[in-house]
Design a protein around this ligand. Structure first.
Ligand code: SAH
Length: 367
């Protein structure tokens, strides 16, 4: 039995936006049409942004009618669209079940970047991260992950232009592995937005089995690993998954990760004043990364209410960066974007969606 039939049997309308091109072909066949019509449907939806089968004018009339009767398209709806002085735009998106997520458009030239979420909430509980405080509400579907890109590309007029995608919003992509990879397949498909994997960066706390699985994928995004500390003792406090996957194991997984020529793994390091930003930390970081094709992205903490750390001074940030650079580690300092609309990393707070308890809040983190 095909996925389509299963879902219809359960009384849940199938979400067209969740299907890969191959699955669309199977659906077309299930509905009594030629398989190639499935590709046309995929193109209408993902390349042209048309969700209503009635408007898919090159499909046979019977297929249009059957699609209209059996499927739905769950497109995230724009609830609000805030613009910062620096051009950053923060979108609050509503999902079909009432859950809400935020996605951000960062217009840095030359790279135009969408920062998107993979989960509502997050189970990782990093101590400087607001999303971590609410726990996991639910995984996003592949359709909802890819849908963020579709909606943002439409709203920013970029459907026809190249852009970058960072999976750095709410959630841990390797903790929602299958849906995340399926979303990447949808975003990458030639009949859709055709985004090259080179333009996609997946950011993870370092779930080792997920990293090893990612290493075998035909469609391999760039990899960013949230390191944030240089000893297991400290990292376990800041990034709790470290208790299960300690530093050495994460770095070993990075060492065996197949990298294309000239590419490097990005190690993100949130700088917390007087906590993990000392010269000793910087020197230990250099030693840890020895032998790895690495670049370090320092992220001075974006403070948020309830986060028990401070942002270090520029002098401390620069000193840390300088120690890395002097020892020939590639290093950059992430700029805070959209501060005036609270769109910088760790500053986004949205309703958690289907209300479990009133006042429960979710935060979306982005670049
Ligand atoms: N779960 C993934 C992706 C989401 S977070 C991960 O952990 O990598 C994207 C980046 O923003 C991570 O490096 C995260 O540590 C960082 N971040 C979280 N809270 C932050 C804050 N308050 N200030 C600055 N960066 C933060």
């Amino acid at each position: 039995m095909s996925q389509k039939t299963r879902q219809i049997d359960r009384g849940v309308a199938l979400d067209l936006a969740e299907l890969t091109p191959g699955e669309m072909e199977t659906l077309a066949a299930d509905l009594g049409a030629e398989r190639f019509h499935g590709r046309q449907v995929f193109r209408w939806l993902h390349r042209r942004g048309i969700a209503d089968p009635g408007q898919m004018t090159d499909l046979p009339r019977t297929l249009r009618a059957r699609l209209a009767a059996t499927v739905t398209v769950r497109t995230p709806q724009i609830v609000s669209d805030l613009r910062a002085a620096d051009g950053t735009r923060k979108f609050l998106l509503g999902l079909a079940d009432g859950a809400r997520i935020e996605s951000v458009f960062i217009p840095d030239t030359p790279a135009l970047t969408f920062c998107i979420s993979t989960q509502v909430g997050c189970a990782m509980a990093c101590s400087f991260c607001l999303t971590g405080r609410m726990g996991l509400v639910r995984n996003l579907t592949a359709g909802e992950i890819a849908g963020q890109v579709r909606v943002l590309a439409g709203a920013t007029g970029l459907l026809e232009r190249p852009f970058n995608i960072v999976l750095m919003g709410m959630g841990e992509p390797l903790h929602n592995y299958d849906e995340t990879m399926k979303a990447l397949a949808i975003i990458h498909a030639d009949d859709g937005l055709a985004v090259s994997p080179r333009r996609i960066t997946l950011s993870t706390v370092g779930i080792v089995p997920g990293l090893d699985r990612l290493a075998t994928e035909p469609l391999m995004p760039n990899l960013a690993v949230s390191l944030h500390a240089t000893t297991d003792e400290q990292r376990s406090r800041l990034v709790p998954p470290n208790r299960k996957y300690p530093l050495a194991d994460v770095l070993d997984a990075c060492r065996r990760f197949p990298l294309k020529r000239r590419s490097r793994i990005t190690f993100e390091y949130v700088l917390l004043d007087q906590v993990n930003d000392t010269p000793d930390d910087a020197r230990r970081l250099v030693r840890l990364l020895n032998g790895l094709k690495a670049k370090v992205n320092l992220i001075p903490l974006n403070p948020a209410p309830g986060i028990p750390y401070d942002r270090p001074s520029d002098a401390r940030v620069n000193r840390f960066a300088q120690i890395l650079a002097e020892r020939h580690v590639h290093v950059s300092v992430r700029k805070s974007r959209g501060l005036d609309i609270r769109a910088a990393c760790g500053q986004l707070i949205v309703d958690g969606g289907p209300r479990r308890s009133s006042g429960q809040q979710a935060a979306v983190l982005m670049r």
